[in-house]
Design a protein around this ligand. Structure first.
Ligand SMILES: Cc1cc2nc3c(=O)[nH]c(=O)nc-3n(C[C@H](O)[C@H](O)[C@H](O)COP(=O)(O)OP(=O)(O)OC[C@H]3O[C@@H](n4cnc5c(N)ncnc54)[C@H](O)[C@@H]3O)c2cc1C
Length: 421
């Protein structure tokens, strides 16, 4: 059994799918070690269990519905729900989330656990929309942690290491439309001199490039909220590039049918904020991914260094994406102290080819104390000492883990290796 990318073979031979909450609680209480899996879109062993007879469990089979509490402005969501299902259901009822990741295929619990994010200088990561989380603890009991609880900042972005998340409550806003357009061949000088302005020029902005021409980037994807305020910047500004007249894929030249609608045609937020349509394979489908978070204000200095080093990693690269994320206060959030810049690499799928390329990119980023995406591929330099230095609130997270899971039932090799628990 493997993850979506096929680069991680899970140690467990099967995924248990309890059909009721009591069945899940019983299974967790009886197991020596447990991990939950979402939709399997992480690129490392963050999901995995330690031994073949440990319990790898999915909440896919649990009953439960998406329920909106209009008065509270919250939606209750089963952890297994995908953003594709959630977005369609919320929009039908007149509601929205502030943002999504690039793909709607992932589960809400899995996305929250790893700090999955979209883009937008005013948009926090997806976990930052969570108001409460319910989980099955190692002893099989249910526990709900809510905003305002002193332990809440550790409860949501938890790498699956506190319990099995059964339900989450997310903050809502009234639904809105988004118009997406793409600019091609924007000069690199703009990224160096006005990069933060460019990233602030719409609700969500992504810069894509393969570094094939150092003087320009391939494309800029702008997702503007229509008729709602919220956006800054001038929608008619082309930043020295040209407006795409046909739809494109983030890797310019690939078939654009998997990409969400562009050309400025307004549509529901959940069909524009992701780059990829729910009914299609997202991204390339044959790839590995890495991503690093550094302070937003280093972009002008970092960009020429990446361009200069790009001959060392370009051959392994399918595309690179630059995004911005607003800060939050979660203890394991890579965006604490932000705003942060996300520097992403979609690599070819061969790890042997990727390893030296990744190391070259990491050498450039090292000057800025990068925090890697918890769910993607990074080099061995990311160790217990660096994790502890990058996450000063780690001891509080560890204390929460100790309280909820004193027997270390939810500890796997990943969290142990990084000293997270
Ligand atoms: C094509 C592609 C595009 C991507 N784009 C983005 C992007 O735009 N932005 C971004 O930030 N990331 C992106 N990612 C990474 C992805 O969003 C994260 O890896 C995310 O965690 C995947 O969610 P999942 O449901 O597949 O979780 P999984 O990979 O299955 O699990 C991730 C973690 O969540 C835990 N978990 C899952 N369900 C539960 C539960 N019910 N209870 C407790 N713990 C649970 C697991 O134990 C594990 O620790 C992308 C990945 C792919 C493959």
């Amino acid at each position: 059994m493997r993850n979506w990318a096929g680069n991680v073979t899970y140690t467990a031979t099967e995924v248990a799918e309890p059909a009721s909450l009591p069945e899940l609680q019983e299974a967790v209480a009886a197991a020596r070690r447990v991990r939950a899996t979402g939709s399997g879109h992480s690129f490392n062993d963050v999901v995995d269990v330690v031994a073949a007879d440990d319990l790898l469990v999915s909440t896919r089979g649990l009953p439960g519905e998406v329920v909106v509490d209009r008065d509270a402005g919250l939606v209750e969501v089963p952890g297994r729900t995908t953003y594709a299902d959630l977005g369609a259901s919320l929009h039908r009822d007149g509601w929205a989330l502030p943002n999504t990741g690039s793909l709607p295929h992932i589960s809400v619990a899995g996305a929250a656990a790893t700090g999955t994010h979209g883009s937008g200088v005013g948009n926090g990561c997806l976990a930052s929309a969570v108001a409460a989380v319910e989980l099955v603890r190692a002893d099989g009991e249910l526990e709900t942690l809510r905003e305002g609880d002193p332990e809440f900042p550790g409860a949501v972005l938890s790498l699956g290491s506190l319990g099995v998340v059964t339900r989450l409550w997310l903050h809502l806003q009234p639904t809105y439309d988004v118009a997406q357009d793409v600019l091609l061949d924007v000069p690199s000088d703009v990224v160096v001199e006005r990069g933060a302005d460019l990233l602030s020029s719409a609700w969500s902005v992504s810069l894509f490039t393969r570094f094939s021409d150092p003087s320009r980037i391939d494309s800029v994807w702008r997702k503007r909220r229509v008729g709602h305020g919220g956006d800054t910047g001038d929608a008619t500004e082309t930043w020295g590039g040209r407006v795409a007249e046909t739809a494109v894929h983030p890797i310019v030249g690939l078939d654009a049918s998997a990409a969400t609608e562009q050309l400025g045609v307004p549509g529901p937020w959940h069909e524009r904020l992701p780059h990829f349509r729910a009914a299609f394979t997202p991204s390339v489908g044959d790839e590995l991914q890495s991503e690093f978070f550094v302070p937003l204000d280093v972009l002008g200095e970092l960009w020429p260094r990446l361009v200069e080093a790009s001959p060392e990693f370009r051959d392994a690269l399918q595309v690179s994406e630059i995004r911005a994320i607003a800060p939050d206060e979660m203890w394991l959030s890579p965006f604490r102290g932000g705003p942060m810049l996300a520097v992403h690499f979609t690599w070819v799928s061969d790890l042997e080819v990727v390893r030296p390329a990744l190391a070259a990119a990491e050498r450039v980023l090292a000057a800025y104390d990068p925090r890697p995406h918890w769910g993607k591929v990074y080099g061995p330099w990311w160790d217990t000492a660096r994790v502890a230095a990058a996450y000063p609130e780690l001891p509080r997270f560890q204390a929460l883990g100790e309280r909820l899971d004193p027997e270390r039932c939810f500890v796997n090799r990943y969290v142990e290796r990084l000293g997270v628990r």
